[in-house]
Design a protein around this ligand. Structure first.
Ligand code: CLF
Ligand code: SF4
Length: 291
């Protein structure tokens, strides 16, 4: 049985809506590939950048289990084992395999998965069966015209779909998948990358839509302009606050996002000890893609 939302607000650092939680998470970088092309995404394997989509290496589910063992020993406050990239968690079977392994050895550990949601409808049963407690879906638009400006193409059913056609498939699958897993009792969080020139006026519509489908909490991640959206601006505090206020009319809003790497370990904003777990040197360049 997945942990209930109220329980997660006390024990999961990305679900606490009030003061910053003193609980921590370890990200297990087991998911190498992705099936969509977000215009702001620049996945990479390196040690120096502090942002989503980056890990020092991709590891196997067995190595991930070993990483959880080391993390719990190093920091007993680690309550969450998360898979957030560097690619999409549902493209390969490794994330779900990892959760099965972790769940057997650490039954109290919260299992947290992040996905773009393209494969959510067909993988929902497996996600529920693997005991995933919290699922983050990155929804950057619910209007195909807006999504087409954010996501260049979608690879689905052995074909690549571009622009509006791909956006329609992605949105349809995200929304159907969110509803299905939320109904099964999995706590759903939504991430939206806030892009001032593209989706800033659309945040309230996204929040209202996902809340209606059962999502419990919403996280607005400010764009770091890079890759094909390098010409866009990083949102300032006023715009971020306005977007949060718009969203909050419909759904609870999480405000402490650290735009984590895919192999982050520790408490949010606290010391990151992933270098001890994954043997890499960290020099925190703060750039970004998704979360
Ligand atoms: Fe990781 Fe994401 Fe789970 Fe948290 S992060 S998979 S929900 S355990 Fe958290 Fe990091 Fe922000 Fe993500 S601060 S990028 S929202
Ligand atoms: Fe894939 Fe996430 Fe990058 Fe988008 S941001 S292309 S979903 S890895």
């Amino acid at each position: 049985m997945a942990a209930a939302f109220n329980e997660l607000t006390l024990s999961h650092p990305c679900f606490s809506t009030g003061a910053k939680s003193n609980k921590g998470r370890i990200h297990l970088p087991v998911s190498p590939g992705c099936n969509i092309n977000c215009n702001f995404c620049r996945r990479d394997i390196n040690s120096g950048e502090n942002r989503p989509g980056v890990a020092s290496a991709v590891i196997t589910p067995e190595e991930a289990l070993e990483a959880v063992r080391r993390a719990v020993e190093r920091c007993p406050g680690i309550t969450v084992a998360g898979v957030a990239g560097p690619g999409d968690a549902l493209v390969t079977p490794y994330a779900l395999e990892t959760f099965r392994l972790v769940g057997r050895e650490f039954p109290k550990m919260i299992k947290c998965m992040s996905t773009n949601g393209l494969l959510l409808p067909e993988k929902a049963g497996e996600i529920i069966e693997a005991g995933v407690d919290s699922l983050t879906v990155t929804v950057n638009a619910v209007e195909p015209g807006i999504q087409a400006e954010i996501c260049e193409s979608v690879f689905y059913g052995e074909r690549r779909f571009f622009g509006r056609e791909g956006a329609e498939i992605l949105i349809k699958n995200q929304l159907a998948g969110i509803e299905r897993v939320a109904r099964a009792g999995v706590t759903v969080k939504i991430n939206t990358v806030l892009i001032p020139e593209i989706n800033a006026a659309h945040i309230e519509t996204i929040a209202e839509t996902v809340s209606r489908l059962g999502a419990k909490i919403y996280n607005i991640i400010p764009l770091i302009p890079q890759h094909n959206l390098a010409h866009c601006s990083a949102p300032g505090c006023n715009l971020i606050n306005r977007a949060r206020t718009d969203a909050e009319k419909h759904i609870r809003v999480f405000r402490h996002c650290q735009r984590c790497r895919a192999d982050a370990a520790g408490t949010l904003g606290g010391e990151d000890f992933s270098k001890e777990i994954y043997s890499r040197a960290v020099s925190a360049e703060n750039t970004f893609s998704h979360g």
